[in-house]
Design a protein around this ligand. Sequence first.
Ligand code: 5GP
Length: 192
Amino acid sequence: MTSPKNGNKPTVKHPAGIQLKMSTLLDEKKIQGRVKEMGEEITKLCKKEDLIAVCVLKGSFMFYADLIRNIDADVRLDFIGCSSYGNATQSSGEVKMTLDLTQGIEGKNVLLVEDIVDSGLTMSFITKTLQARNPKKILSASLLFKPEALKVDYKPDFVGFEIGNEFVVGYGLDYQGYYRNLPYVAVVESLN
Ligand code: 5GP
């Protein structure tokens, strides 16, 4: 697998033999700079509070690892798994929980950490599910937000970057399970 360089639009050979055209949307420096700022914003709000930071698997693992290192508060970690996409680039609209938290959240402050909010269905589903467990407060941080793609009324409390209605990969986000390890975010321009 080759990787696109900044500003280039190479055809990338996908491991399954498909030719992908990608272009870099957010390079590593830009992402790291914004993640640091987001950590500082969250610290300001949560400095004196105990926080359970929840990584929404799988796509947010890289953002989560970088974000929590930039939060200067008493943080405990947990993980939740949801799936809505399968192998397609369009949401099926159906959200399923594939992994639940390992700790109770009643009376606790929860920070949900997501890679991208597209239709908003996943985050509304998770928020509703966790709200029923009576936490003190639920906040959310998403690296990417596609306002034009929203199908429900949802906005994360902390947003890294607003992007257009495009399919992106890298920095945790996949296409058919690949490209999660890219340190930057690229737009997939064509899939043939
Ligand atoms: P939503 O429920 O908001 O439509 O979508 C949330 C999930 O869909 C994300 O956690 C992510 O897994 C997937 N998703 C949405 N948009 C994209 C995208 O542009 N690229 C990739 N790779 N996944 C996306």
